[in-house]
Design a protein around this ligand. Structure first.
Ligand SMILES: [Zn+2]
Ligand SMILES: [Zn+2]
Length: 277
């Protein structure tokens, strides 16, 4: 497991960060850079390229692209038209080794094609997620510290917005002691600060369902991560990992509380984005 995480944290395209919007942007950029890679990869030495980071690859490729003769460029541009439409590109070039596909294997949900050996190894050692479009093909484990606890109790108090369709409130308490970061975290060997967080759900059918998803996410180490806090700016702390929680009973959306009509749907989407549904 620690090997998996080590590999995972090295992979730029799918690298975890505590900043969701940045992650999304990076992913989009990475996607684009892969597309550029497809255009030019046949012109360059793929063995060297495998050891370059995507960013370096990208800038190098751009320079190389400029020097490609015009015939080739036109040809590539024509190919590029089909890459850039919104229907996911079907290509015969493997986005992992950047070479022509050996024993092509097509993923069933997103239809992206890779070498069988490349994608099998990627799923096994990095994560079960398409490296091109991020479609999830299994459960993804996060790097939330393993020694945390998730405790649940209920009260009769009804949350704002659920006065008439709940029996009360589900309270979740997450607790993590201080610890030392491992290879899956940003600063291995450096201590991190523990935390205790409380969150609330309505005690009704949908609230119970969300609770079961959160329990699954907790088991998959997905609720928290270690890094920089977005609210305090402190580094080496346990932070939320893009699955929003209601940490207040009252106060509405702006205070991370209720009422918030769309919260349960939103959090289900956030969980689904991590393969939990
Ligand atoms: Zn390949
Ligand atoms: Zn895909």
């Amino acid at each position: 497991m620690s090997d998996q995480r080590r590999t995972s944290s090295r992979t730029c395209v799918t690298k975890k960060t505590s900043l969701p919007t940045v992650t999304q942007n990076v992913r989009k950029t990475a996607n684009k850079s892969r597309k550029i890679n497809h255009q030019t990869s046949s012109d360059t030495n793929s063995a060297t390229r495998r050891h370059e980071s995507p960013d370096i690859q990208n800038s190098t490729k751009r320079t190389r692209l400029d020097s490609v003769n015009s015939n080739k460029l036109n040809h590539k541009k024509q190919k590029d038209v089909s890459y850039n439409d919104d229907t996911d590109d079907k290509i015969d070039r493997c986005a992992i080794c950047l070479d022509d596909c050996t024993e092509p294997k097509q993923l069933d949900k997103c239809t992206h094609i890779f070498c069988t050996a490349c994608i099998d190894q990627y799923f096994e050692t990095v994560k079960p997620q398409c490296p091109c479009c991020f479609t999830i093909y299994g459960e993804i484990r996060g790097n939330q510290p393993l020694n945390g606890t998730m405790t649940i109790d209920t009260s009769k108090h009804r949350l704002p917005g659920f006065e008439h369709d709940s029996r009360g409130t589900i309270r979740i308490v997450y607790h993590f002691p201080n610890g030392i970061q491992d290879e899956s975290h940003p600063n291995p060997g450096t201590p991190y600060h523990g935390t205790t967080r409380t969150a609330y759900l309505p005690e009704n059918r949908e609230g119970r369902h969300v609770l079961s998803l959160l329990q699954k996410a907790f088991e998959l180490q997905q609720i928290f991560t270690v890094g920089q806090s977005r609210t305090t700016g402190y580094d080496n702390v346990i932070t939320w990992n893009d699955i929003h929680h209601k940490t207040n009973v009252n106060g509405g959306m702006e205070n991370f509380g209720y009422p918030d009509k769309t919260y349960l749907n939103r959090v289900k989407q956030e969980l689904a984005a991590k393969g939990i549904k």
